[in-house]
Design a protein around this ligand. Structure first.
Ligand code: ZN
Length: 287
């Protein structure tokens, strides 16, 4: 099922949106947007986000939303950085895993990613495993400091080819000039040529994921999709929409004590961001 959509992203030149959540409000905003736009969607929890909402809760909430809205919603374990964390997410029933050992030396990264792929597929043959190669700097927040991307951070196409062959991953997150978070001090420059070269090196059955989509321009996304990006991760922009709106609501309604009334405008603000992205990614009406 996921593989069919991934295949279509390349044939029809669009990308799946991947949005993170750590509570019910963000998940609701993502799912409602996807349902209205009839788009297949990925929802993800990092290790920290998953800890907040709970592993079982994440899996079962997604299941409930899937049943209610009848659309393909896939749950991804985003940036899981230890084999134990990967194992927990696989065992809990996640649909996809990002086994992120990119901080380790190349050979170590291959070894642990391969181990993750083998474990995940033995438990669930349909699970999708993503690996990460290269160094995507930054965190999912507004980055006020200057983030310098070094040449050695970037993924080398020949290493990407070797990495996917030896690990058996279904998807790869490369470092192509992207940064996690919204960068205010230095503009991000996405290396489109490099994305195209990496796509050629990994082949048609391995799909590329662009992380750190927050703050990138419409043309960055379109160019990246044109040369082989199949999925884009957005986290910071919906976090900012949530918190900015929440601050404003609390100021405007100082007497209000009903949580769902205070949170409602934040859900709408996140939806606006998500819907804007889905239109750019071209995944509308693809169900
Ligand atoms: Zn990421």
């Amino acid at each position: 099922m996921i593989k069919n959509y991934l295949k279509r992203t390349i044939e029809e030149k669009w990308a799946l949106g991947h949005f993170n959540f750590s509570e019910d409000e963000a998940l609701r905003a993502i799912v409602k947007s996807a349902a209205e736009f009839k788009t297949p969607i990925f929802v993800g929890t990092s290790e920290g986000e998953r800890k907040h909402i709970g592993l079982k809760q994440a899996v079962n909430l997604v299941k409930a939303f899937r049943e209610e809205f009848g659309i393909p919603i896939f749950l991804n374990a985003d940036h899981h950085k230890s084999f134990d964390a990967v194992k927990e997410a696989v065992d809990a029933g996640y649909d996809a895993i990002l086994a992120d050992f990119s901080a380790l030396p190349f050979e170590e990264n291959i070894k642990l990613t391969k181990q993750s792929v083998e474990y995940a597929k033995s438990k669930n043959p349909d699970i999708i495993v993503e690996g990460e190669l290269g160094y995507v700097r930054g965190e999912s927040k507004i980055q006020k400091e200057i983030i310098e991307i070094k040449a050695e951070d970037l993924t080398k196409p020949e290493e990407a080819g070797q990495f996917v062959k030896e690990t058996g991953v279904d998807m790869l997150a490369p470092a192509v000039g992207n940064i996690h978070g919204i960068v205010v001090s230095s503009p991000e420059t996405i290396d489109i040529q490099r994305i195209g070269d990496i796509k050629k090196a990994v082949g048609e059955n391995v799909y590329l994921v662009l992380h750190g989509g927050s703050g990138l321009s419409e043309s960055d996304f379109k160019n990246a999709i044109e040369v082989g990006i199949s999925m884009v991760h957005i986290n910071t922009e919906i976090r900012v929409a949530f918190t900015k709106t929440l601050r404003k609501t609390l100021e405007e309604m100082p007497e209000e004590t009903t949580p769902y009334k205070i949170l409602m405008p934040s859900i709408e603000a996140m939806k606006k961001v998500i819907e804007e992205k889905l239109k750019i990614f071209g995944s509308v009406n693809k169900i």
